[in-house]
Design a protein around this ligand. Structure first.
Ligand SMILES: C[S@@+](CC[C@H](N)C(=O)[O-])C[C@H]1O[C@@H](n2cnc3c(N)ncnc32)[C@H](O)[C@@H]1O
Length: 231
Protein backbone atom coordinates (compact mmCIF):
# COMPACT_ATOMS: atom_id res chain seq x y z
CA UNK A 1 0.00 0.00 0.00
CA UNK A 2 2.65 2.50 1.08
CA UNK A 3 4.91 2.09 -1.92
CA UNK A 4 1.97 2.51 -4.30
CA UNK A 5 0.62 5.64 -2.72
CA UNK A 6 3.72 7.36 -1.37
CA UNK A 7 3.74 9.49 -4.49
CA UNK A 8 5.79 12.19 -2.88
CA UNK A 9 8.87 9.97 -2.67
CA UNK A 10 9.11 9.62 -6.44
CA UNK A 11 10.77 12.02 -8.80
CA UNK A 12 8.52 14.12 -11.00
CA UNK A 13 9.70 12.24 -14.11
CA UNK A 14 8.48 8.95 -12.69
CA UNK A 15 5.28 10.19 -11.13
CA UNK A 16 3.60 13.18 -12.72
CA UNK A 17 1.41 15.08 -10.28
CA UNK A 18 -2.09 13.73 -10.43
CA UNK A 19 -5.37 13.96 -8.61
CA UNK A 20 -5.05 11.07 -6.21
CA UNK A 21 -7.94 9.00 -4.98
CA UNK A 22 -6.99 6.74 -2.15
CA UNK A 23 -8.67 5.08 0.77
CA UNK A 24 -6.92 4.41 4.04
CA UNK A 25 -3.55 5.34 5.39
CA UNK A 26 -0.51 6.72 3.54
CA UNK A 27 2.95 7.55 4.88
CA UNK A 28 4.20 10.68 3.16
CA UNK A 29 7.82 11.75 3.39
CA UNK A 30 7.84 14.48 0.71
CA UNK A 31 11.08 13.15 -0.76
CA UNK A 32 12.75 13.04 2.61
CA UNK A 33 11.74 16.56 3.69
CA UNK A 34 9.83 15.10 6.64
CA UNK A 35 11.62 13.27 9.45
CA UNK A 36 11.34 9.60 10.33
CA UNK A 37 8.62 7.64 8.61
CA UNK A 38 6.97 10.86 7.47
CA UNK A 39 3.41 12.04 7.91
CA UNK A 40 0.56 9.60 8.35
CA UNK A 41 -2.56 10.71 6.51
CA UNK A 42 -5.82 8.85 6.58
CA UNK A 43 -8.05 9.52 3.58
CA UNK A 44 -11.70 8.59 3.25
CA UNK A 45 -11.64 8.79 -0.55
CA UNK A 46 -14.03 11.73 -0.49
CA UNK A 47 -16.75 10.20 1.72
CA UNK A 48 -16.89 13.37 3.84
CA UNK A 49 -16.66 15.67 0.80
CA UNK A 50 -13.88 16.59 -1.59
CA UNK A 51 -11.60 17.38 1.37
CA UNK A 52 -11.33 13.72 2.35
CA UNK A 53 -8.54 12.95 -0.10
CA UNK A 54 -5.22 14.38 -1.25
CA UNK A 55 -4.99 17.05 -3.94
CA UNK A 56 -1.98 18.26 -5.98
CA UNK A 57 -2.33 21.85 -4.79
CA UNK A 58 -2.08 20.59 -1.19
CA UNK A 59 1.06 18.71 -2.15
CA UNK A 60 2.53 21.86 -3.71
CA UNK A 61 1.82 24.08 -0.70
CA UNK A 62 3.18 21.45 1.70
CA UNK A 63 6.37 21.00 -0.31
CA UNK A 64 6.88 24.75 -0.66
CA UNK A 65 6.61 25.27 3.10
CA UNK A 66 8.78 22.26 3.91
CA UNK A 67 11.49 23.54 1.53
CA UNK A 68 11.29 27.23 2.38
CA UNK A 69 10.29 27.26 6.04
CA UNK A 70 7.96 29.69 7.76
CA UNK A 71 10.10 32.86 7.86
CA UNK A 72 9.46 33.22 11.57
CA UNK A 73 5.68 32.83 11.27
CA UNK A 74 4.27 31.08 14.32
CA UNK A 75 0.49 31.49 14.43
CA UNK A 76 -1.10 29.92 11.41
CA UNK A 77 -4.61 29.29 10.19
CA UNK A 78 -5.28 26.89 7.34
CA UNK A 79 -8.58 27.19 5.45
CA UNK A 80 -10.35 24.25 3.82
CA UNK A 81 -7.78 21.83 5.22
CA UNK A 82 -9.49 18.60 4.08
CA UNK A 83 -7.35 15.80 5.50
CA UNK A 84 -5.19 18.39 7.28
CA UNK A 85 -2.25 17.56 5.02
CA UNK A 86 -0.61 20.99 4.77
CA UNK A 87 -0.91 22.09 8.40
CA UNK A 88 0.14 18.69 9.69
CA UNK A 89 3.16 18.44 7.37
CA UNK A 90 4.32 21.91 8.44
CA UNK A 91 3.76 21.15 12.12
CA UNK A 92 5.70 17.86 11.93
CA UNK A 93 8.73 19.45 10.27
CA UNK A 94 8.73 22.61 12.37
CA UNK A 95 8.28 20.97 15.75
CA UNK A 96 10.46 17.88 15.20
CA UNK A 97 13.25 19.22 12.96
CA UNK A 98 13.33 22.96 13.70
CA UNK A 99 12.24 22.66 17.35
CA UNK A 100 9.75 25.48 16.73
CA UNK A 101 7.77 24.76 19.89
CA UNK A 102 5.87 28.10 19.84
CA UNK A 103 4.04 27.02 16.71
CA UNK A 104 0.25 26.88 16.71
CA UNK A 105 -1.80 25.92 13.69
CA UNK A 106 -5.58 26.08 13.50
CA UNK A 107 -6.42 23.54 10.83
CA UNK A 108 -9.95 24.38 9.78
CA UNK A 109 -12.76 23.17 7.57
CA UNK A 110 -16.47 22.52 7.59
CA UNK A 111 -17.91 20.41 10.44
CA UNK A 112 -18.04 17.19 8.37
CA UNK A 113 -14.23 17.16 7.90
CA UNK A 114 -13.27 17.76 11.54
CA UNK A 115 -13.34 14.07 12.62
CA UNK A 116 -10.91 13.20 9.80
CA UNK A 117 -8.58 16.08 10.67
CA UNK A 118 -8.72 15.12 14.35
CA UNK A 119 -7.87 11.54 13.48
CA UNK A 120 -4.88 12.64 11.37
CA UNK A 121 -3.70 15.06 14.07
CA UNK A 122 -3.76 12.28 16.66
CA UNK A 123 -2.12 9.78 14.29
CA UNK A 124 0.88 12.09 14.10
CA UNK A 125 0.94 13.06 17.80
CA UNK A 126 0.56 16.72 16.89
CA UNK A 127 -2.37 17.66 19.15
CA UNK A 128 -0.15 20.00 21.15
CA UNK A 129 0.45 22.23 18.12
CA UNK A 130 -2.41 21.56 15.70
CA UNK A 131 -5.99 22.52 16.58
CA UNK A 132 -8.72 21.20 14.25
CA UNK A 133 -11.71 23.57 14.38
CA UNK A 134 -14.72 24.52 12.27
CA UNK A 135 -14.28 27.62 10.18
CA UNK A 136 -17.01 28.15 7.58
CA UNK A 137 -15.98 30.73 5.01
CA UNK A 138 -18.07 33.89 5.06
CA UNK A 139 -19.09 33.41 8.70
CA UNK A 140 -17.66 35.26 11.66
CA UNK A 141 -14.17 34.00 12.53
CA UNK A 142 -13.95 31.70 15.58
CA UNK A 143 -13.00 33.69 18.72
CA UNK A 144 -9.79 31.70 19.16
CA UNK A 145 -8.64 32.67 15.65
CA UNK A 146 -9.59 36.33 16.20
CA UNK A 147 -7.47 36.52 19.32
CA UNK A 148 -4.50 34.44 18.10
CA UNK A 149 -2.51 37.15 16.28
CA UNK A 150 -2.45 35.06 13.13
CA UNK A 151 0.58 35.82 10.95
CA UNK A 152 0.17 33.22 8.19
CA UNK A 153 -2.95 32.07 6.33
CA UNK A 154 -2.77 28.94 4.18
CA UNK A 155 -5.30 27.72 1.64
CA UNK A 156 -4.70 24.78 -0.68
CA UNK A 157 -7.14 24.10 -3.51
CA UNK A 158 -9.92 26.22 -2.02
CA UNK A 159 -10.78 27.98 -5.30
CA UNK A 160 -13.04 25.52 -7.10
CA UNK A 161 -16.66 26.36 -6.28
CA UNK A 162 -17.98 29.58 -7.77
CA UNK A 163 -20.79 29.97 -5.21
CA UNK A 164 -18.19 29.94 -2.43
CA UNK A 165 -15.96 32.63 -3.97
CA UNK A 166 -17.60 35.58 -2.12
CA UNK A 167 -17.49 33.61 1.15
CA UNK A 168 -13.81 32.79 0.78
CA UNK A 169 -13.05 36.40 -0.11
CA UNK A 170 -14.88 37.59 3.03
CA UNK A 171 -12.83 35.25 5.22
CA UNK A 172 -9.54 36.30 3.61
CA UNK A 173 -10.45 39.95 4.19
CA UNK A 174 -11.30 39.18 7.83
CA UNK A 175 -7.93 37.49 8.34
CA UNK A 176 -5.80 39.95 6.37
CA UNK A 177 -3.88 42.73 8.07
CA UNK A 178 -0.44 44.13 8.72
CA UNK A 179 2.18 41.40 8.83
CA UNK A 180 -0.25 38.69 7.74
CA UNK A 181 0.92 36.63 4.81
CA UNK A 182 -1.58 34.64 2.75
CA UNK A 183 -0.39 31.69 0.66
CA UNK A 184 -2.86 30.04 -1.68
CA UNK A 185 -2.14 27.11 -3.93
CA UNK A 186 -4.59 26.60 -6.71
CA UNK A 187 -5.31 24.17 -9.51
CA UNK A 188 -6.97 25.71 -12.51
CA UNK A 189 -9.73 23.36 -13.59
CA UNK A 190 -12.37 25.64 -15.09
CA UNK A 191 -12.26 29.05 -16.74
CA UNK A 192 -14.58 30.32 -14.00
CA UNK A 193 -11.94 29.61 -11.34
CA UNK A 194 -9.90 32.62 -12.42
CA UNK A 195 -12.92 34.85 -11.59
CA UNK A 196 -12.00 34.44 -7.94
CA UNK A 197 -8.65 36.10 -8.45
CA UNK A 198 -10.23 38.90 -10.52
CA UNK A 199 -12.69 39.45 -7.66
CA UNK A 200 -10.01 39.77 -4.97
CA UNK A 201 -7.53 41.80 -7.04
CA UNK A 202 -9.14 45.08 -5.91
CA UNK A 203 -8.37 44.29 -2.26
CA UNK A 204 -5.22 42.20 -2.57
CA UNK A 205 -2.01 42.39 -4.53
CA UNK A 206 -1.56 38.91 -5.99
CA UNK A 207 1.98 37.71 -6.58
CA UNK A 208 2.71 34.38 -8.23
CA UNK A 209 5.37 32.49 -6.27
CA UNK A 210 7.85 30.82 -8.62
CA UNK A 211 10.98 30.30 -6.56
CA UNK A 212 10.66 26.65 -5.71
CA UNK A 213 12.19 23.49 -7.13
CA UNK A 214 9.20 21.94 -8.92
CA UNK A 215 7.62 25.15 -10.25
CA UNK A 216 7.75 24.12 -13.94
CA UNK A 217 6.39 20.69 -13.23
CA UNK A 218 3.38 21.99 -11.27
CA UNK A 219 2.79 24.67 -13.89
CA UNK A 220 2.43 22.01 -16.58
CA UNK A 221 -0.42 20.58 -14.51
CA UNK A 222 -2.07 23.96 -13.99
CA UNK A 223 -1.12 24.13 -10.32
CA UNK A 224 -0.05 27.56 -9.07
CA UNK A 225 1.06 29.20 -5.84
CA UNK A 226 0.06 32.77 -5.01
CA UNK A 227 0.98 35.13 -2.22
CA UNK A 228 -1.74 37.69 -1.42
CA UNK A 229 -1.05 40.99 0.29
CA UNK A 230 -3.82 43.33 1.45
CA UNK A 231 -3.72 46.63 -0.43
C1 LIG B 1 -10.48 20.51 -2.89
S1 LIG B 1 -10.58 20.40 -1.14
C2 LIG B 1 -8.92 20.79 -0.65
C3 LIG B 1 -8.53 20.12 0.63
C4 LIG B 1 -7.10 20.35 1.10
N1 LIG B 1 -6.82 21.75 1.30
C5 LIG B 1 -6.10 19.75 0.15
O1 LIG B 1 -5.47 20.50 -0.62
O2 LIG B 1 -5.93 18.51 0.15
C6 LIG B 1 -11.45 21.93 -0.67
C7 LIG B 1 -11.74 22.05 0.80
O3 LIG B 1 -12.44 23.27 1.05
C8 LIG B 1 -13.46 23.03 2.01
N2 LIG B 1 -14.56 24.00 1.88
C9 LIG B 1 -15.38 24.17 0.81
N3 LIG B 1 -16.29 25.12 1.06
C10 LIG B 1 -16.04 25.57 2.32
C11 LIG B 1 -16.67 26.54 3.15
N4 LIG B 1 -17.73 27.25 2.72
N5 LIG B 1 -16.15 26.77 4.38
C12 LIG B 1 -15.07 26.05 4.80
N6 LIG B 1 -14.44 25.11 4.06
C13 LIG B 1 -14.94 24.86 2.83
C14 LIG B 1 -13.91 21.61 1.69
O4 LIG B 1 -14.59 21.01 2.79
C15 LIG B 1 -12.60 20.93 1.35
O5 LIG B 1 -11.98 20.37 2.46
Amino acid sequence: MDDIFDIFQYSDELAPIREVTNLGLSDLTFQGLLPGGGLKVHEDGGASGCGGKLWPAGELLSKYLLENGLNGKKKIVELGSGTGLVGLAVALKETEVNQNKDLEIWVTDQECLIPLILKNTELNNLSEYVHPIVLNWGEELPEIVKSANIDLVLAADCVYLETAFPLLKRTLLDLAGDGVQILMSYKKRRKADSKFFSAVRKDFEIIEVKNFADYESYLRDGVHLYSLEKR
